[in-house]
Ligand binder design. Structure first.
Ligand code: TYD
Ligand code: MG
Length: 454
């Protein structure tokens, strides 16, 4: 081995560094995630010295001047919302997600919208050839010449191109394919990904270019997950969705310029991603009429209420051990709620199979849908349909009490907007809510009261 090179082991899921191989990472408790990499201490010391070079004197906080950040719209209101109101110039945004979910499509559409507004955009792909990008672009629409494409993976060349072309927005697709020559490990390894991001960070902060980075997440940990990068970038967005459903959800995980937990809903169509402006309507389409075991509940995603249909099927079990499944929600939570029903309401559910599903393939884990799960289970158990115009929300506790949830007013407003006439909600949430419009509010303090209402 050359002098100055050392072997370091990196955890591929969180970037933990160790001089020995370990079976389990002490940082993130992932098993078998350590991979050997060669690090050149001399170049590391060099890059470290470069970063530490710019020295500035401390200032009193009152002397720091604030200027209104000029956000620009990405042309997609759903994305703007997740970003906290638009793109902040000079920021660095990481878009993560499974392969094939639509990250490249989303960013190409953003590029198109930005180029249409006369913003100079540079789209750098390390994964696809120019022809492949063009084929995708043809599905999306007409592009203006302010969008420039580049196939390149060497970051030093990319830096020069950015300095020469002076774009306002740069897209890097994907960070796992980028490399710096000084670092000897392969592209996609933790040290490459970290150094490449640091380089891009310097470019972004130095010249005020907005950088969008695509990062792949793989379960196997073959490619360094973008978890390592999350600390470095300003905003982290995750693009997720069911492989078999056409809609996609863009979720903000970290945002230095806005609130997290906002979601944007998109639908993958033949001509790229289309925004879903009213997700509740979309989620409830196809809801069966007069069917038992189906109820509409309301969950908050960030600041936005989303109505979802919860379905339950409870039937007699033919085996000694009943089968239980939960799709789209927490399995243990469903088991817990069934135990509550068994104990507090004397419903003999231990001899029944139970299947709970959130229709549409979306995942919801907010405790506010507990009441919906409980009512769906009871409706199916008793084989009595619930009125279609009824919606419910509330957290259910272990003694069967219905507990308060946040933002009841927004949930009621969303239900009213979609034409629901009855709302069952925690009694505590009723204070401060005025009865308005055509929706009737029923406050309940425990599950039994909710059942009596049905
Ligand atoms: P892509 O953006 O390539 O995914 P990623 O960059 O996250 O790996 O998405 C590709 C998928 O989207 C692919 O399965 C084809 C599909 N798709 C459409 O359904 N409609 C379209 O208009 C486009 C461009 C892609
Ligand atoms: Mg891609």
């Amino acid at each position: 081995m050359a002098k100055g090179k050392t072997t370091v082991y990196f955890c591929q899921s969180c970037g933990y560094e160790s001089s020995k191989w370990m079976g389990q990472c002490p940082g993130c408790h992932e098993w078998n995630s350590f991979v050997e990499e060669f690090v050149d201490k001399r170049t590391q010391a060099k890059t470290g010295a470069k970063a530490a070079h710019t020295q500035s004197a401390p200032q009193p906080i009152s002397a720091v001047e604030l200027h209104e950040e000029q956000r620009c719209s990405s042309g997609m209101p759903e994305l703007d919302r997740v970003l906290g109101g638009g793109i902040v110039p000079g920021s660095m945004v990481l878009v993560g997600g499974d392969p094939g979910i639509g990250k490249s499509t989303l960013l190409l559409q953003v590029c198109k919208n930005l180029a249409d507004q006369k913003t100079r955009v540079l789209y750098i792909s390390g994964e696809e050839s120019l022809q492949q990008i063009k084929i995708r672009a043809q599905r999306i629409g007409e592009f203006s010449d302010d969008l420039r494409l580049l196939c390149e993976t060497n970051l030093d060349d990319i830096r020069q191109t950015i300095e020469r072309e002076k774009p306002q927005v740069v897209v890097i697709d994907s960070i796992q394919t980028m490399y710096r020559e000084e670092i000897s490990s392969a592209p996609g390894s933790v040290s490459q990904v970290r150094e490449s991001t640091a380089t891009l960070m310097q470019i972004a902060k130095g010249s005020g270019v907005t950088v969008f980075i695509v990062g792949h997440v793989t379960k196997e940990g073959v490619v360094a997950g973008p978890r390592v990068l999350e600390h470095m970038v300003d905003t982290v967005l995750y693009f997720e969705g069911d492989r078999y459903a056409s809609y996609r959800i863009l979720r903000g995980v970290k945002n230095r310029f806005g609130s997290t937990n906002e979601i944007g809903v998109f639908e993958m169509c033949g001509d790229g991603l289309r925004e879903v402006e009213n997700p509740s309507e979309y989620m409830l389409s196809g809801k069966p009429e007069h069917a038992s075991g189906s109820v509409v509940a309301c969950s908050m995603e960030g600041s936005r209420p989303i109505l979802i249909e919860i379905q339950a099927l409870v039937c007699h079990s033919n085996f000694g051990i009943p089968r239980r499944t939960a799709a789209g929600t927490d399995f243990n939570r469903v088991n817990l709620l069934m135990a509550v029903l068994e104990k507090r309401l004397n419903l003999k559910m231990s001899e029944c199979d139970a299947y709970v599903n959130i229709a549409g393939g979306i995942r919801m884990n907010e405790p506010a849908i507990d009441l919906g799960i409980v009512l769906a289970l009871i409706s199916s158990f008793k084989n009595r349909p619930i009125d279609e115009k009824t919606i419910c929300f509330g957290e259910v506790g272990l003694s069967g009490e219905v507990r308060a949830v946040s933002m009841p007013a927004q949930r009621v407003a969303e239900a009213e907007k979609l034409g629901f006439t009855t709302c069952i909600l925690p009694k505590v949430c009723l204070d401060g809510l005025q009865q308005k419009g055509n929706i009737q509010l029923f406050g309940v303090s425990n599950v039994r009261e909710a059942i009596d209402l049905m």
